[in-house]
Write a protein that binds this ligand. Structure first.
Ligand code: G16
Length: 576
């Protein structure tokens, strides 16, 4: 007989700060684990969503990146969901589901019957009791909720007085199978599903695994994958280990850990240092693998490396666009692409030459969803290590790695000598030019100071001799406008962008992006190529007072800036 559970109405009070950032709510565990936090948020999601959709008896997906506090949060979500008359929850085994796999399950499992899902992730942010926790709501199309919805959830969170909860027992999520409860006459089913099955099926339908295997079996090719102890591990072991035959020793950090092994699960040159070392990036000689890849905590970001070589994410999406027809499910190539404004213009060069439309959106994957739903694009990418297509409505780290392997497999067909990742990039730059690109981050700045700093920059617009503006996006599909999305300074072949991060759990991060397009000097060091651009900005347009207060916090970690700073001092001394 089904276990019976009663519904209770619990008195609560609003908890400030439940405003979604670039992608959902991200908070320190200490804050998110306070009484009523998860219940308040979940109740607000269901209250807002039920105004739009009839959710009684519906199916929803729940899962996340396996970080600390997810398991407790999942049990709380079950209780609130049952009391709000949700009919069934698909939860990943042990609560594990990567962000792109949730999107695929929402869209495709049982013909897309699900009305949406809750993803428990703070993405690339560190985990553990002192780390971050995150929760976000994805709608019926598998995409992160749009601002209209997240703003309503926030408004609701400011006035919430009660939430509903079903008195369910602790539900076992470690074994695949279903458990049914009788919640005051309504059936409530928790179905524990395989974390990987739906995702692997989808990847098989997109890629030619046999062709990729021919590349991986070449005696002159080897690859290493760093899962950074995030959620990618089970997917990577199944696809790259079991199906494609990559030795298990080459699949690094592939067990998901609640604290990501104490690391920062962000696949970039700083935090994916194990992989960077294995691949010999920055080393002159040695024996290194031909291909390296890494994903972040929830497996939606990707980093691709060649032997002693780093692929800049903005270049990565441009290379994929230029070679899209190498991937079996895109025989027509790119029908349209989108990039966030801060992402380099490398994709524009491909769009121009190959003649497909290009959209420039604000930062945040959710902005791509409308364009995909309207059939306007089938590829998108961001500088923040995100790339994906319309096969789901999230960025997809493993998909991007498989794209790269498909391109390499295609280009190496019948070749005696291996065409490397670096060779692919050099060929790309010769055809489309090269966008030298670098990002500087000033983390954990005081939020008021960071805002004042941005304001002081806007005040410099009139004295800037190029074109400067505050980016605003008009969505061509739903006609909404998102303004204040970053400051652009453009002059000739270079561009500098400033924006505040939307993924901080504490304080503010100022991001500065430097870019320069070159058609001739294609093999320079990035820092050297951009030196004049960054120096010019730092010397002429930054408010010294604001910059200094930001830098006091960050100077030590920004070695590159330190070098520039010294040069600046020399330059000033020299001018005097
Ligand atoms: C999230 C969004 C991305 C966005 C990134 C930028 O990534 O999903 O679309 O590019 O944030 O973050 P910020 O605002 O800090 O620059 P993720 O991987 O954290 O979900």
């Amino acid at each position: 007989m089904d276990i019976m559970a009663a519904i209770r109405i619990v008195q609560t009070t609003p908890i400030p700060g439940m405003k979604a950032g670039t992608s959902g709510l991200r908070k320190k565990v200490v804050e998110a684990s306070q009484a009523n936090y998860v219940e308040n948020f979940t109740q607000c999601v269901f209250s807002v969503y039920s105004e739009k959709e009839n959710i009684e008896g519906c199916t929803m997906v729940v899962g996340g990146d396996g970080r600390f506090y997810n398991k407790q949060a999942i049990q709380k979500i079950f209780k609130v969901a049952a009391a709000n008359k949700i009919g069934r929850i698909w939860v990943g085994e042990n609560g594990i589901l990567s962000t792109p796999s949730v999107s695929i399950i929402i869209r495709e499992r049982e013909d897309g019957i699900s009305k949406g899902g809750l993803i428990l992730t703070a993405s690339h942010n560190p985990g553990g009791p002192n780390g971050d926790f995150g929760i976000k709501f994805n709608g019926e199309n598998g995409s992160s909720a749009v601002e209209e919805i997240t703003n309503k959830i926030y408004e609701e969170s400011l006035k919430i007085e009660t939430y509903k909860i079903a008195d369910l027992p602790e539900i076992d999520i470690s074994t695949i199978g279903s458990q049914t409860f009788d919640v005051e006459g309504h059936p409530f089913v928790v179905e524990v599903i395989s974390s990987t099955e739906d995702y692997i099926r989808k990847m098989r339908s997109i890629f030619d695994f046999n062709k990729i295997k021919i590349l991986l079996d070449r005696p002159d090719f080897s690859m290493v994958y760093d899962c950074m102890h995030g959620v990618a591990g089970p997917y990577v072991r199944a696809i790259f280990g079991d199906i494609l035959g990559v030795p298990s020793g080459n699949l690094m950090n592939s067990t998901p850990l609640e604290d990501f092994g104490g690391g920062h699960p962000d696949p970039n040159l700083i935090y994916a240092h194990d992989l960077v070392k294995v691949m010999g990036v920055g080393k002159d000689h040695g024996i290194f693998p031909s291909f390296g890849a890494a994903n972040d905590g929830d497996a939606d970001r990707n980093m691709v490396l060649g032997k002693q070589f780093f692929v800049v994410p903005s270049d990565s999406v441009a290379v994929i666009a230029a070679n899209y027809s190498c991937i079996p499910s895109f025989p027509q190539g790119c029908i349209g692409a989108a990039r966030s404004m801060a992402t380099s213009l490398a994709l524009n060069a491909v769009a121009e030459k190959l003649g497909f439309p290009l959209f420039e959106t604000p930062t945040g994957w959710k902005f791509f969803g409308n364009l995909m739903d309207a059939g306007k694009i089938n590829l998108c990418g961001e500088e923040s290590f995100g790339t994906s297509s319309d096969h789901c409505r999230e960025k997809d780290g493993i998909w991007a790695v498989l794209c790269w392997l498909s391109i390499l497999a295609h280009k190496n067909e019948g070749r005696a000598e291996l065409l490397s990742v670096k060779d692919v990039l050099s060929e790309h730059w010769r055809t489309y030019g090269r966008n030298y690109y670098i990002r500087h981050d000033y983390e954990r700045c005081d939020s008021d100071q960071a805002k004042a700093f941005m304001k002081s920059l806007e005040e410099k617009f009139p004295i800037f001799e190029g074109k400067a503006d505050n980016f605003s996006y008009h969505d061509p599909v739903d006609n909404s406008t998102s303004s204040n999305q970053g400051l652009r300074f453009i002059k000739g072949n270079w561009r500098v962008v400033f924006r505040l991060s939307g993924t901080d759990s504490v304080g503010s991060t100022v991001r500065i992006y430097f870019e320069k397009h070159e058609t001739e000097n294609l093999e320079m060091e990035t820092e050297a190529a951009l030196q004049d651009v960054s120096l010019l900005m730092y010397i002429n347009y930054l408010e010294e007072k604001n910059l200094m207060s930001l830098l006091r916090i960050k100077l030590i970690r920004n070695y590159y800036y330190l070098a520039l700073f010294c040069e600046r001092i020399f330059a000033i001394v020299f001018m005097i």
